[in-house]
Design a protein around this ligand. Structure first.
Ligand code: NAP
Length: 313
């Protein structure tokens, strides 16, 4: 049966990914939007969520595409109204508010999904299977991109709660926490804050690993030219390199074979996220894995802060 979903926050990610993924799925109908200014052709538009919740009881699922800070209030209102909720990454502005949302969803008996889109990148599950059978010696994340290219005009990313370079960095951490068979925890970090910003533009992290593998990450938003979203792992059975944010993998320099699909497999991260949300709603389940966000919170707790040159767009 087709489920009705409303999108809240018609910004970059809603337009680039959510709207086309919903339109391309047999599971979903985009039934309404909530936005201060954006609309989607042919879809009923509301200026506020409370009105939608009161006049459209037929819309079962609310998908929130807002920046992290305002998200809790919207998610809580939707859960209180008995709706299933899908959360863009990161699932909230604080770890505690995410726990609060999970408790509310359990009490209400509705589904809640912390959607980590990078975990749906093409080669993430292959990397996970390969690492399961290997002894990890080191893992290095390099996530370097040009903030001016990917986040033009987005002031919220430079304000508290906007995460700065951890906005893309948490994507890398969502892959790392998915593919590593053992849990890691942060043991040191250095965060570089532009003198005119409330969030960091670069960060270096190191982690403790149960078998003492050297696990580290470097995030930088000042990279011009070629962009790098790479995870390199050395193991007792060889070297694995994931690039393009998890879309490409090679093992000992050999590219992985084409994925073995029957042609019906979903292509793209967001179609897979919406398929997962449909499955969660049908099964009455919650998927609220906060492990990527815990590492970000720990980096803000433990990280040494350095002030660097101001950032001007
Ligand atoms: P965006 O375009 O800057 O903002 C999204 C929309 O949220 C805005 O257009 C606005 O929608 C609404 N909004 C902004 N500030 C608000 C506030 N204070 N209160 C209520 N609504 C507010 O951001 P985005 O790039 O789409 O990112 C949104 C989320 O998606 C972030 O958590 C981000 O990490 C995640 N994400 C982004 C990308 C990407 O490539 N940009 C990729 C993956 C995930 P209305 O004008 O319609 O109200």
């Amino acid at each position: 049966m087709v489920m009705k979903v409303a999108l809240v926050g018609i910004g970059k990610i809603a337009r680039d990914q959510h709207v086309p993924s919903i339109a391309g799925s047999a599971d979903w109908e985009l039934a309404a939007t909530v936005s201060h200014q954006g609309t989607v052709d042919g879809v009923e538009a509301f200026a506020d969520l409370d009105t939608l919740l009161s006049v459209r009881p037929d819309i079962e699922v609310i998908s929130l595409c807002l920046p992290p800070v305002p998200r809790f209030r919207y998610a809580a209102a939707a859960l209180r109204a008995g709706r299933h909720v899908m959360l863009e990454k990161p699932p909230g502005a604080t770890v505690a508010e995410c726990h609060a949302l999970e408790a509310m969803a359990r009490n209400a008996g509705v589904s809640l999904f912390a959607a980590w889109h990078s975990r749906e990148a093409l080669e993430v599950q292959r990397a996970k299977s390969w690492l399961k059978n290997s002894q990890l010696q080191s893992l290095k994340v390099t996530w370097k991109e040009d903030v001016r290219r990917w986040h033009p005009g987005q002031e919220w990313i430079w304000k508290t709660g906007g995460l700065g370079v951890f906005d893309p960095g948490v994507n890398a951490l969502s892959i790392v926490t998915e593919i590593l068979p053992d849990p890691i925890h942060l043991n040191a970090a250095v965060l570089e804050f532009p003198e005119n910003c409330e969030t960091p533009i670069a960060a270096k992290l190191s982690f403790s690993h149960p078998q003492e593998a050297a696990v580290s990450a470097e995030f930088d938003w000042r990279q011009e030219g070629e962009q790098t979203w790479m995870i390199e792992a050395e193991t007792d059975s060889g070297r694995m390199v994931m690039s393009d944010g998890g879309a490409v993998i090679s093992i000992d320099g050999q590219p992985a074979p084409e994925p073995d699909t029957d042609g019906s497999a979903l292509t793209g991260e967001y179609p897979r996220l919406y398929a997962r949300m449909a499955a969660l709603v049908r099964a009455g389940e919650i998927d609220m894995d906060l492990s990527p966000m815990v590492h970000v919170a720990d980096a803000f707790l433990l990280g040494k802060r350095i002030t660097v040159a101001p950032f001007h767009e």
